[in-house]
Design a protein around this ligand. Structure first.
Ligand SMILES: Cc1cc2nc3c(=O)[nH]c(=O)nc-3n(C[C@H](O)[C@H](O)[C@H](O)COP(=O)(O)OP(=O)(O)OC[C@H]3O[C@@H](n4cnc5c(N)ncnc54)[C@H](O)[C@@H]3O)c2cc1C
Length: 390
């Protein structure tokens, strides 16, 4: 019998060491590391499948090219897990290490890129290349003549988020209840001792919220206020086209944020404009003109897109949107809340796929009280916000 199933009355009341609420990539990764640490683990997901909400909207890209030492360290750890995922779990996650290329057309682009790379190297990211505009064009012939500098790291890339999520979940051996929404917490003597679902009760020594955009609502039901913002992000997938270089890296216009990467013989593209935060949504709408905007955006540093765009038909494109869930400092929330028994592993913004392995490993270390430096504790102060835990 599959361990990922829709439970019936015989499965309740369920009893577990760790209850994970949410079966996106973060909940699945948490199950993987918890089970490896010997914890009896149960994941509950309200939908009929894992990873259907934010995780399925992702470009599924990963990179270690960050500015902060803690992000660099955690991304390097995650990437090593992705590189060895098949050996660890038996699941092929379709990893493509075609690199991440950040390009700029700024007149002082070379100086700024050099300063950033020197800092990244001082934080332990040694295998990053700094390229002049000419060097970048020699390597990546699709780049515009206006490009003045670029940075490139070959070990960055992308993977299949569906396989990653199910790979974590299956390899964990944890029970996964589908179509089982948590509607309330069991609270005894001020402590969360499990959860209530329409199918029955779950008793758990510890419960962790990994519910993506719905994390704030769930925390609030236990009296914990999280200053989370849910912000819509869109992407567009293009069908195969002969002009799209299949061996290209993820290409990011560092001056505007427009980016794209090959997807088979096609591509996925994204470009976020600032949007107001909103309520968590089950289905996130897309703008009909988003493809036109993003195609315009990516053509600035890769002009071949201008040749593709005029001939595109509606059927060549698929639009998808999801919500970034972000704390005020744009870092995840990992650790204990002020309510005993209730934990968080959430708010990964635009980095949940790439940080899933290291973030979940860190969460389980914190849960088990191992002596770890947690760069993202739940109760940290925010520059422009209140303290979050009641
Ligand atoms: C357009 C776009 C592009 C992105 N690109 C990238 C990228 O290239 N690389 C990257 O690393 N990240 C990317 N991200 C971010 C990434 O997708 C997220 O950080 C990640 O998917 C978050 O995973 P999660 O498990 O926290 O949330 P989710 O995937 O949203 O999972 C939460 C789950 O909790 C369930 N749930 C909610 N409430 C309940 C309840 N009451 N009971 C039971 N279950 C519940 C939901 O149904 C859902 O399945 C992108 C995001 C978007 C929108």
């Amino acid at each position: 019998m599959s361990q990922i199933f829709i439970p019936d009355a015989r499965d309740f009341p369920a009893i577990t060491d760790l209850l994970i609420v949410g079966g996106g990539v973060i909940g699945a990764a948490t199950a993987f590391y918890a089970a490896r640490a010997g914890l009896q683990t149960l994941v509950v997901e309200k939908r009929a499948a894992l990873g259907e909400l934010t995780t399925s909207a992702s470009l599924a890209a990963f990179r270690a090219q960050f500015a902060e030492p803690e992000n660099i360290a955690l991304m390097k750890e995650s990437i090593e897990v992705f590189e060895n995922f098949c050996a660890l779990t038996g699941v092929d996650i379709g990893i493509r290490q075609q690199g991440y290329l950040f390009v700029t057309t700024a007149p002082d682009g070379w100086e700024k890129s050099r300063a950033r790379v020197e800092q990244q190297k001082s934080f332990g990211l040694e295998d990053i290349e700094l390229l002049t505009g000419d060097e970048a064009r020699a390597r990546f012939s699709f780049l515009a003549s206006a490009v003045t500098a670029a940075t490139f790291r070959q070990r960055d890339g992308w993977l299949a988020a569906h396989e990653l999520t199910y790979g974590y979940a299956r390899a964990s051996g944890a029970r996964v209840f589908l179509e089982t929404p948590v509607t309330a917490w069991r609270i005894e003597a001020g402590r969360v001792t499990g959860a209530v679902t329409p199918r029955g009760e779950i008793r758990a020594a510890h419960s962790v919220i990994a519910a993506g955009p719905f994390s704030g609502i769930l925390a609030h039901r236990a009296g914990v206020v999280l200053p989370l913002a849910n912000v819509r992000r869109q992407q567009v997938t293009l069908r195969a086209h002969p002009r799209i270089p299949r061996d290209a890296p993820m290409v990011v216009d560092a001056d505007t944020g427009a980016h794209w990467r090959p997807e088979g013989a096609g591509a996925v593209l994204a470009w976020s404009r600032p949007e107001p935060p909103g309520e968590p949504l089950e289905y996130v709408p897309t703008d009909w003109d988003f493809p036109a905007r993003v195609l315009d955006g990516v053509a600035r540093v890769a002009p071949f897109w201008n040749e593709i765009t005029p001939r595109l038909a509606r059927a060549d494109l698929a639009r998808v949107a999801g919500q970034y869930t972000e704390a005020p400092d744009a870092n995840p929330l990992i650790g204990a809340t002020a309510v005993e028994g209730l934990w968080l592993n959430t708010a990964y913004g635009g980095h949940g796929v790439m940080m899933s392995a290291a973030g979940a490993r860190l969460f389980v270390d914190v849960l088990l009280g191992k002596r770890v430096e947690n760069p993202f504790p739940v109760n940290r102060d925010f520059a422009h916000g209140e303290r979050m835990v009641l």
